[in-house]
Design a protein around this ligand. Structure first.
Ligand code: ZN
Length: 313
C-alpha cells in the first residue's frame, strides 16, 4: 500500500515532467466510479489547463492548474501513476511484477501510444504497460495514466483554494514532516488512548501518511513493541518514536519509495526502500541490530514484525 514516501516520490517525479504541460481535455476512464462527475464532463473540465504545481497531503495528490482548479486524487490501497512523456530523456519501463524484479527493461515502444487516439492508446497502454490502468489523461507532451488493481482510488476536480477544506483532508492529522507535528502533540495523542501503539501510528487522524510498512520500521528503530498500549509508553519511548518518524519517512523518500506491492515510480521502475527494511517483511530473519530472530504478531487485520529481544512489552 502506498504511504507518504511513495506518494511524495510520485509528486517529485511527476513534477519534473508535467509542470507547464497542458491538459488537452481528452481522457478515458473505464471505472467511472473513480471520477466525481460524468467522464466526458470531467475531462472537458481540464481542457487547456496548464499544470502550475503539485501538492501532497498524506496519500492525496493535487495537480494544481493555472485555471485555479486542482486535479485531486487519492491513491488508497493500490493506486499509482504512470507517465509516457514525449521527451526523449524519459524512458518508461516495461511491465514488471514483483516476482520478476530483475526484468525491468526499458521499453521505448510504449511511447507509440502517444500517436494513437485516446481509446486506442488506453487499450495499448494496458496491453504493453499495465493491465490495471483505469484512467488516462492526455496532455500536450505526455499521457498520464492511473493504475489501481483494487480500484479504490478516486479523482476530484476542485478549486485549488478549497483543497485544504476537502473533508478527506480536514480529518487528517498533521503531516509528520511538517513543523505542526511536534513531540508535545504526539505525547498528548498517545496519552488519550490505550490502543496499541502501532494502530495509533497508522491512524490518519493522529498523523497523516504512515501505514503498515513505515510503522513497523519506526517502532523497530525506536525499540518499542507494536502492541504496547499508547498511554502506557514512557516519555523516553515516545521520544524515541518521535525521533524515528522523520528519519524513517525521509529514508523512504530518499530511496524513492518501496515496491513490495504494486507501487511503481511514474516510469514504471521500482522503488528501492524495500532493500533497506529492518523490520517490515523480515519475520524469521535475524535482527540487524542484535541478531535475534524477528517475530510477527497480528494486530487487527494487519501483521507487525518486531524484534522480541529489543521491543519488549
Ligand atoms: Zn534486535
Amino acid at each position: 500500500m502506498p504511504e507518504l514516501p511513495e506518494v511524495e516520490t510520485t509528486k517529485r517525479d511527476m513534477g519534473k515532467w508535467i509542470i507547464n504541460d497542458t491538459f488537452t481535455g481528452e481522457g478515458f476512464c473505464d471505472w467511472k466510479k473513480m471520477l466525481d462527475r460524468q467522464a466526458e464532463k470531467f475531462f472537458a473540465e481540464l481542457k487547456n489547463a496548464k499544470v502550475k504545481s503539485l501538492d501532497r497531503r498524506a496519500k492525496i495528490l493535487a495537480i494544481n492548474l493555472t485555471s485555479g482548479f486542482s486535479l485531486v486524487s487519492h491513491f488508497k490501497m493500490t493506486g499509482h501513476y504512470l507517465l509516457v512523456d514525449d521527451d526523449p530523456k524519459f524512458i518508461p519501463y516495461a511491465n514488471i511484477r514483483p516476482s520478476k524484479l530483475n526484468l525491468a527493461e526499458p521499453l521505448m515502444q510504449i511511447k507509440q501510444g502517444r500517436k494513437k487516439t485516446i481509446e486506442e492508446a488506453f487499450k495499448f497502454y494496458r496491453k504493453t504497460y499495465d493491465p490495471f490502468i483505469h484512467v488516462l489523461f492526455r496532455l500536450k507532451h505526455s499521457d498520464l495514466l492511473y493504475t489501481d488493481i483494487r480500484k479504490f482510488g478516486w479523482f476530484k476536480i476542485v478549486k485549488t483554494s478549497d483543497f485544504a477544506n476537502l473533508p478527506e483532508i480536514k480529518e487528517l492529522g498533521p503531516e509528520p514532516l511538517s513543523k505542526d507535528f511536534t513531540f508535545e502533540y504526539l505525547r498528548e495523542k498517545f496519552a488519550k488512548t490505550n490502543r496499541k501503539v502501532k494502530q495509533v501510528l497508522m491512524d490518519q487522524t493522529v498523523v497523516a501518511g504512515i501505514g503498515n510498512i513505515y510503522a513497523d520500521e519506526i517502532l523497530w528503530a525506536a525499540k518499542v513493541h507494536p502492541e504496547a498500549p499508547a498511554n502506557k509508553l514512557s516519555v523516553w519511548q515516545i521520544q524515541a518514536i518521535f525521533d524515528a518518524i522523520r528519519p524513517e519517512l525521509e529514508k523512504g523518500i530518499k530511496n524513492v519509495g518501496s515496491s513490495i506491492g504494486e507501487y511503481r515510480r511514474i516510469d514504471n521502475s521500482l522503488g528501492k526502500t524495500q532493500n533497506f527494511f529492518n523490520a517490515y517483511g523480515r519475520e524469521g530473519k535475524p535482527c540487524r541490530r542484535c541478531g535475534s530472530i524477528l517475530k510477527k504478531v497480528v494486530i487487527g487485520q494487519r501483521s507487525a514484525v518486531f524484534c522480541p529481544q529489543e521491543q519488549k512489552l
